[in-house]
Each structure stands twice: as C-alpha cells, then as structure tokens.
Write a protein that binds this ligand. Structure first.
Ligand code: NAG
Ligand code: NAG
Ligand code: NAG
Ligand code: NAG
Ligand code: NAG
Ligand code: NAG
Ligand code: NAG
Length: 479
C-alpha cells in the first residue's frame, strides 16, 4: 500500500508537472501569436514610396537590449530591390531599438514613428573602420581610418530619413570619455553621414548624444534638412558634437532646426589643407533659415576651419542665438588655400554672447606638416545685416592674415548691447577691409562708416523650388 500510495503521488506529481508545462506551453504559444498593430503615417517628402516594410518584419525587437543591426541590414538589403520599382520605405514602429551601423539604399525612406528610438550600440566591434575622407587625408581624432557612422550611405540617389519626431540616440558618453583621455584608435563615428549622393532629405527627427558630429552630408547635392532637434550635453561640454556639417556639398537648404551643441551648431566645410585643395570640391549655394542655436563653446554658424575646397554663396537668415560663444565665425589658416566668399547673414538675434562676430586667420589645426605654406585662403564678400545682440562681451574680433587681408566685409544695421562685464574695446580688427553702416558700438577704423545696406541676394536658388509631396498610408504590422 505504501508503495502504491507513493506511486500514486509520483503519478499525480508527474501529471501535475505535465499539465503545468502544457498550460505554460499554451500560454507561451499564446504570447507568440503575433498581434496586429496599425497607425497612420503622413509626412512631407521629396518622394513617396510604393513599397512599405516594418523593421519588425525582419526580426526587429524594440526592447532596448536586443541588437537590431542584422534586422536593419537585412531589411534594407531586401528593400533595395525596389529601387527601380517605385522605391521603398522602412518603418520603425514604437520601441527602443539598439543597433550598430547600417547602410541606406537609393529611392528609400527610413521613417521613425514618434515613439521609436534608435540606440547606438556601445560595442566597438559593431563599428566598422572605413577609409578617411579623401578631402581630409586622415581622421579628425586620430591618424588613419574612422569608425563608420551609425546611419551611412554612399553613392545614393533619392534617400530620406524622416519621422514624426522619432529619436536617434548616439549614447556618446563612452566615446567622449575616450576622446578626452586620448584613447581613441580611430576617429569617432557620426550619427548620419551620406556621401557622394544626390537628393537627400533629413527631417523631423531628434538626434541625441552623438559621439561626434551629428549630420554630415559630404560630396553631395540637393539636400533638404528640416525640423531637426539636435541635443548634446553642454555641462560639461560634449566634445565636437557639431549639429549639421555640410561638407563639399552643393544646393543645401537647412531650416527650422533647434540645436544645442557642444561645438558649432552648423559648420560649413570643404576639406582640409593639401587634401582639400587637391580634392577641390566647394560647399556652395547653401541656405540656412530659422535656426535656433545654443553653442556655449563655439559658433552658431562656423565657416571652416576645414574650407580648402572653398565655400561660396551662403545665405543665412532668421537665426536665434542663445548663450553662444560666437554668432558667425570664419576659421581658416595659412595652408588651407580655398576661399570663403559671398556670405550673407541677416536678421540674427543674439542673446548672451562672447563675440557677435569672429574671424580667425590663424586657426592652425593642420592635417599634418605637409601643408603648403603658400596656400593662402581668399576671404572676400562677407555681408552681415539687421541684427540685434544683447549681453555681449565683445562685439567683434576680426583677425585676417598678414599679407592676405579678409576683404569686402560689410556690416549694416547691427545693434549690440554690451554685457556688464564687457571688454573695454568692443571691436578689434587686424588685416581686414570693408565698411560698416548704422552699427553700434562704432566699429574699428579698418571698417569705416559709410551709409549702405549690405546686400542679401534676391534670386531664388533651385533648392528652394523643389517639389515637396505629402506621402501617407495606413499601415499594419505584427509583433
Ligand atoms: C515636419 O513637421 C512639421 C510640424 O509637424 C510639419 O509641418 C512639416 O511638414 C514636417 N516636415 C517634413 C519635411 O516632414
Ligand atoms: C556600408 O558601406 C560601406 C562603404 O561602402 C562598407 O564599407 C560597409 O561594409 C557597408 N556596411 C554594411 C553593413 O554593409
Ligand atoms: C562613389 O562615387 C565616387 C565619386 O563618383 C567614386 O569615386 C566611388 O568609386 C563610388 N563608390 C562606389 C562604392 O561606387
Ligand atoms: C521633438 O522632440 C524633441 C525632444 O523630445 C522636443 O524637444 C521637440 O520639441 C519635438 N519637436 C516637435 C516638433 O514636436
Ligand atoms: C534693422 O534691423 C532690425 C532688426 O533686425 C529690423 O527690425 C529693422 O527693420 C532694420 N532696419 C532697417 C532700416 O532695415
Ligand atoms: C549675461 O551674460 C552673463 C555671462 O556672460 C550671464 O551670467 C548673465 O546671466 C547674462 N545676463 C542676462 C540678462 O542674460
Ligand atoms: C562691402 C560689400 O559690399 N561686401 C560684399 C557684399 O557682398 C557682395 C556680393 O558677394 C560682395 O561683392 C561685396 O564685396
């Protein structure tokens, strides 16, 4: 009887265990049943797409822990087949998606739902090392190669990154630390870099904590950047977290962006010393409008310092600068070569600045010591007008190059209110030529008063006439 009872107990136990497993199995199975979700998507874009897929169709998991690198790569590989069939869009649904770098394709849109967050991987192995930029000759942080950017594209046509203000978080803290401790083997990655491409749109997303620069279009044309929120820590400063850096690009329109940066909010570039001179590709026909910038350590708009391919025809207007080191800054050096010409800035409001205007002809910072000491930059035709600045430590510090003055400087209708602790001499000027009109406090002798309105171009650039479509669809996806 004893034995029988024991057997019975064991039998019941086993039965219990079995049914428990079965029930759990049913339960697990039920959880695995994919549930359909849907939402409406509507956005403005240079092109709409025929084919739609979700990251979750390719194994994407938005739990903040699972790597989605493979999911992104295989999704975009798959979608690249539709390039000549109306293009495709990859939708990132709500969730937090950890990922390493992935490459974009042509006739393609990456769309981030408003609650979608991409989290850049912290694994160094997820960051391939690629060649330095030909116009730079080396990496900015270290000699040799550079880590590929989180979102990368090259030789593309018609590529869009947009969303209902979804987020890309670079999780840059470990990179900043390595940079500060001089531990980097290669140059830090950017968040978005698109090279050798035409027809680019980057709009309505938020970029956080980039390891270095945020948005870097390079050797590209016809670029529309709209509605970006870019935030990088400023206490303490996150190093080199420039907002948007158009570099050797033609026809660029940047508008309605809000940028808090540990470096320049926008830095216009075109290559470095002998490498940039040899590559010879300028940045030109650039519009910047309705920018709000906080840049305590650097410039609202910087031209340079890498400008060896030249910078021409920049039109910036309706800019709000808060607590920034300088408003507009030209940075160059002997050995850069190149030019900065036909620069127009108007209607800039500045609140709490060290320098409203700053030009630096001896920026130094060379790629190597092989630069040509006879390669002098040409700085000519710099027009600033209709500005008000408050709480400014120094109105302007304008330093051209001995024997290579910065010429054609025109500053009109600018009222600068000095800070309580302002420098005694509000303007200092060396090796510059030009004039001022209705500027207070009165400028330096090298920029004499002459009644004029500094010009701002009235012609319309082609990038301002591109057609923007409304793309919309109702989508279903399963997780
Ligand atoms: C970005 O969002 C704003 C405000 O919601 C909207 O007006 C604009 O059309 C959007 N731009 C793009 C390019 O999607
Ligand atoms: C992305 O493109 C770059 C440059 O062509 C290449 O080196 C890299 O391997 C590509 N990455 C992936 C994940 O395909
Ligand atoms: C991309 O375009 C550049 C410039 O035209 C060219 O030098 C390079 O070989 C191209 N790269 C690829 C991967 O096609
Ligand atoms: C986008 O998100 C950022 C960060 O949350 C926020 O500061 C910004 O106001 C948002 N922009 C829009 C247009 O909703
Ligand atoms: C001077 O600039 C201010 C501020 O931008 C503007 O409101 C005003 O109309 C300008 N004056 C002239 C004469 O253009
Ligand atoms: C003026 O600038 C100083 C820093 O230079 C700052 O501490 C102070 O709060 C500012 N004052 C105003 C009224 O913004
Ligand atoms: C003083 C002056 O007019 N400065 C420049 C304003 O912009 C025009 C057009 O580029 C230049 O030719 C001027 O030198």
């Amino acid at each position: 009887m004893q034995v029988h009872a024991e057997r019975k107990t064991i039998f019941i136990l086993i039965l219990g265990l079995l049914s428990f497993c079965l029930l759990r199995g049913v339960d697990c199975h039920r959880r695995k049943v994919k549930v359909s979700h849907s939402f409406d998507i509507q956005y403005s874009a240079i092109s709409c797409r025929e084919h739609t897929a979700f990251l979750t169709d390719f194994g994407g998991v938005g739990d903040g822990k699972t790597s989605n690198t493979k999911a992104f790569q295989s999704a975009i590989n798959h979608l690249s087949q539709f390039q000549s069939q109306g293009g495709s869009q990859l939708i990132v649904p709500p969730g937090r998606y950890l990922t390493g770098s992935f490459n974009l394709t042509s006739h393609f849109t990456l769309y981030l739902h408003k609650e979608a967050v991409l989290l850049a991987s912290q694994e160094v192995s997820e960051w391939e090392v690629i060649e330095p930029l030909p116009s730079y000759g080396r990496g900015r942080d270290a000699d040799g190669g550079r880590y590929i950017s989180l979102i990368f594209g090259t030789n593309l046509t018609d590529v869009i990154i947009t969303g209902a203000n979804g987020t890309i978080d670079g999780q840059g803290a470990s990179w900043w630390k390595e940079f500060k401790n001089n531990k980097l083997k290669y140059t830090r990655p950017y968040l978005i870099e698109i090279m050798f491409s035409d027809q680019i749109q980057i709009s309505n997303i938020t970029l956080l904590n980039s390891p270095s620069w945020n948005v870097h279009p390079v050797y590209s044309s016809n670029i529309l950047i709209q509605g970006l929120t870019i935030l990088a820590p400023i206490v303490p400063i996150s190093p080199n977290t420039d907002g948007i850096n158009p570099d050797s690009c033609t026809n660029v329109r940047i508008e309605d962006c809000y940028i808090v940066s540990g470096d320049d909010c926008i830095a216009v570039k075109s290559g470095w010393d002998e490498y940039g001179i040899a590559f010879g590709m300028p940045t030109q026909h650039l519009i910047i409008r309705r920018l709000t910038c906080i840049s305590p350590d650097s410039a609202v708009i910087a031209l340079g310092s890498e400008m060896s391919g030249g910078i021409q025809d920049v039109r910036a207007e309706d800019i709000l600068a808060i607590n920034s080191e300088s408003g507009i800054r030209i940075k160059t050096a002997v050995g850069r070569g190149g030019f900065v010409k036909d620069i127009f800035v108007r209607r800039m409001t500045m609140k709490t600045m060290k320098w409203a205007f700053w030009m630096t002809g001896n920026y130094g910072s060379h790629a190597d010591d092989k630069y040509d000491k006879n390669a002098l930059p040409v700085i000519n035709g710099i027009n600033y007008s209709d500005m008000v600045a408050d709480n400014v430590t120094m109105a302007a510090r304008l330093e051209g190059i001995d024997g290579d003055p910065f010429t054609g400087i025109c500053i009109s209708n600018v009222t600068i209110s000095m800070a309580a602790k302002a420098k005694k001499v509000p303007w200092t000027c060396t090796d510059v030529e030009g004039l001022t009109s209705s500027v207070s406090p009165t400028a330096c002798n090298l920029l004499p008063e002459q009644v004029t309105n500094c010009p701002f171009p009235t012609d319309v650039l082609p990038i301002d006439t591109i057609e923007i479509k409304t793309c919309s669809c109702r989508t279903n996806y399963f997780i």
